[in-house]
Design a protein around this ligand. Sequence first.
Ligand code: PLP
Length: 417
Amino acid sequence: MDFEATLNYARLLDQEDPLKKFQSEFHIPQKNGSPVRYFTGNSLGLQPKSAKKYIEEELESWKDLAVDAHFEGIRPWFHYHKFSKEGLCKLTGSKPVEVVALGNLSTNLHLLLVSFYQPTTNKHKILMEAGAFPSDQYIVETQVKFHGFDPNDSIIELKPRAGNDTLETSDILDSIEQNKDEIALVLLSGVQYYTGQFFDIPSISKHCKKFSIPFGLDLAHAIGNVPLNLHDDEVDFAVWCSYKYLNSGAGNTSGIFVHERHAYSNIRRFGGWWGHNEDSRFLMEKGFKPMDGADGWQLSNVNVISTSVFLASLDIFDRAGIENLRKKSIKLTGFLYFLISSIQKIRSITPDSPNERGCQLSLVIESGIGKQIFNSLMNDGLVVDWREPDVIRIAPVPLYNSFEDVFILSEALKDNL
Ligand SMILES: *Cc1c(COP(=O)(O)O)cnc(C)c1O
């Protein structure tokens, strides 16, 4: 893409942006009397203005209907987990039976590993990326130990080639093939939280299928950021959270995907009453009979007050359209990439190709002054984030960031060097 490095040009791109109107649907924090330019939607998305209305509606239902709100009112609570299915299908490329909103990411990943990590004496290894998000590392470590194995033997970590920042798809595929007789599970992120690398999900999934190895994904940094096709890609399972690109508030309801081919199977799992067959749930009988598909992994009834915010957020995604968002995102992050490419002493560790990244660019500032630059950006109301030892992560989010935001940020980076 050809860009120009001027403020006027950035403003022109904003004028032409069909998604520009969505910015006004979010609350933007203020600093020194003006709105910040917010580049950390990859960490905690902004609050949709509609969130309050959705919460208030549930408080009203509770106030006016109390227990009857399970079957009456604006969104009857008994069916609450169904109201997000359509939105989740669009974001993940799934069928309704394959997705459900529930719980929290780390808890859900443990629950799905109960089902999809079934190690044996010879086949007990988990292949994952080195430097995965800490929670994922702890989850895998403790799962391996739970099954009586040693994490040093049972975890294979994929590392970039010497001198590279990110993984080559061919190296991932080779590593799967070389260890195929010992691998019980491949678990990767969709978009890597540190480097911003968007993995080649279809190729990796196909390779795992070839060797009958279950393939799971942590989509915390992918959902709402890049379009996904989990059903067609034949991923076995996936988890995500809703407070990053999905703008639903810290710790809010997360979700899972379980491929349709497991929907009617008797796969091992931990059960709870909300995963039990809905028609006989209130008979309170002995004998767990799971719901078909992802719903069968639910344990508890839905946290309706906070999940209402998730519905508010999905409504915005539905109107904007994930494909349209991706189109803008490629241009917006492409513009940032273009602008920083001309700045010496800044190096992006995120892949150069738009197909291999989402919104985020992870920048290393050479000569060890990264932290100082981070602090001065923050002082100027440019909200970015700092990851030890030397990375500034910047995520221009197509729902609420503008081309002007990106231009102003790149000027500030230049001025501080
Ligand atoms: C944000 C994030 C998490 C967070 O887990 P929670 O259970 O929601 O606290 C886990 N894994 C990855 C890859 C993340 O990016």
